[in-house]
Design a protein around this ligand. Structure first.
Ligand SMILES: Cc1cc2nc3c(=O)[nH]c(=O)nc-3n(C[C@H](O)[C@H](O)[C@H](O)COP(=O)(O)O)c2cc1C
Length: 372
């Protein structure tokens, strides 16, 4: 009997807990159909807005590699190198709502048992903008989407009342979620930005607004590196750059730190983990911290645009893991989800060589030598 990879997450039944994240792999009907054929349990569409966006001239995404022979990290093709990260300054989908609606319906018709989450984004500067969130939500759900993901996290939107600018404001996180929940009959996930001081605050706000799950992380704000020969940024337009987003292996430990803060604070809530996943060992980190699903972007972009080999590796990895641990009675993700959540503690709770030498970082009046 083959292992049961299925999960129930926010009331939705996924045949496996692996989703393509909102990004180029899910930017078209053709890509999403290919992704479902390849075995992904679900997809989150590229973020859908109401107004057309215009991206910068030239490449929108590049990949950085780290050389094994030198200390170099570069977007140039280095010999003997491994993937370090993706860097992008792409905006949301350049196709607007009307383009997406019939496609969502058709995709669901062809794959009724696969899960399609529509990522949506509007502004927050006026009541009209807030009503746009409702319009997007209602339209996608009527078209057949199984759930909604609110993009409160794009780090490089060209509007000040959108994306991570909402995600950095706890009142707006709560309010936008609440506005969508007023019209939503399907689960609503809030995708938060990792670039705040304490993500637990924004997570709490989104849950207060009624979010059924938190998704994290979007890409981390970053700029491209400067080429030491040309003294130009490795990606630029007319010599200029602006802050963009870092994804891929480099962000795995950073994204896990954000996730562990939230799963510790809200152990009974639902979380979808993203950041630096390309095989099951990385996905396992998110599961052991408490996530119920995970999402993949960078690794899939580099694997035939939608990750047919990545999903195969993820599914095989989880199957092998369940088989290896069958003697512990583990039959599904629920049996090991969150198992390491409580191992992340304060520095002060980590053991010292001898407890008597520890003063919690405070001055000892007699000096260390006299404190034994
Ligand atoms: C080129 C590119 C475009 C992206 N576009 C979106 C988007 O439209 N909406 C969104 O929520 N996240 C977007 N993301 C973020 C990804 O969904 C994901 O959160 C991030 O890349 C981290 O995952 P990874 O390490 O697997 O790449 C984009 C990422 C990349 C690289």
């Amino acid at each position: 009997m083959s292992a049961d990879l299925s999960v129930n997450f926010t009331g939705l039944k996924f045949e496996n807990p692996f989703l393509l994240a909102s990004a180029p792999p899910t930017e078209s009907e053709n890509n999403i159909l290919r992704a479902f054929d390849a075995g992904w349990g679900g997809v989150v569409t590229k973020t859908i807005g109401l107004h057309p966006v215009v991206n910068v001239r030239g490449p929108k995404t590049k990949f950085m590699r780290a050389s094994a022979d030198s200390c170099q990290i570069s977007m140039k093709k280095l010999p003997n190198s491994a993937l370090h990260s993706s860097w992008n300054w792409e905006l949301i989908s350049d196709k607007v709502l009307d383009w997406w609606i019939p496609r969502i319906t058709n995709i669901k018709k062809q794959h009724p048992s696969k899960i399609l989450i529509a990522s949506i984004m509007a502004g927050s500067g006026s009541d009209k903008e807030l009503a746009n969130w409702q319009l997007l939500a209602k339209s996608c759900q009527e078209a057949g989407a199984d759930g909604l993901e609110l993009n409160l996290s794009c780090p490089h939107m060209d509007r000040a009342d959108m994306g991570s600018n909402i995600g950095k404001n706890q009142e707006l996180c709560s309010y936008v979620t609440q506005v969508v929940k007023e019209v939503a009959t399907i689960p609503v996930w809030a995708k938060l930005t990792p670039s705040t001081t304490d993500i637990v605050i924004e997570a709490k706000a989104a849950f207060r607004g009624g979010a059924d799950a938190i998704t994290s992380s979007n890409t981390f704000p970053s700029i491209p590196l400067i080429d030491s020969e040309t003294l130009e940024f490795e990606i630029h337009v007319d010599g200029f750059v602006s802050s963009g987003g870092l994804g891929g292996p480099a962000i795995l430990p950073l994204a896990l730190a954000k996730m562990s803060q939230m799963t510790l604070a809200f152990p009974d809530k639902s979380f979808s983990g993203i950041g630096g996943i390309s095989d099951f060992s990385q996905a396992l980190n998110y599961f052991l911290l408490g996530c119920g699903t995970v999402q993949v972007c960078t690794a899939a972009m580099l694997d035939h645009a939608i990750g047919p080999n990545v999903i195969k590796t993820l599914k095989n990895g989880m199957t092998a893991f369940l088989e290896k641990n069958a003697e512990r009675g583990w039959k599904s993700l629920e049996d090991f989800r969150g198992l390491r959540r409580d191992r992340v503690v304060l520095q002060s709770q980590i053991a010292r060589p001898t407890g008597a030498d520890y003063f919690g970082g405070h001055e000892v009046s007699e000096g260390y030598s006299g404190a034994s």
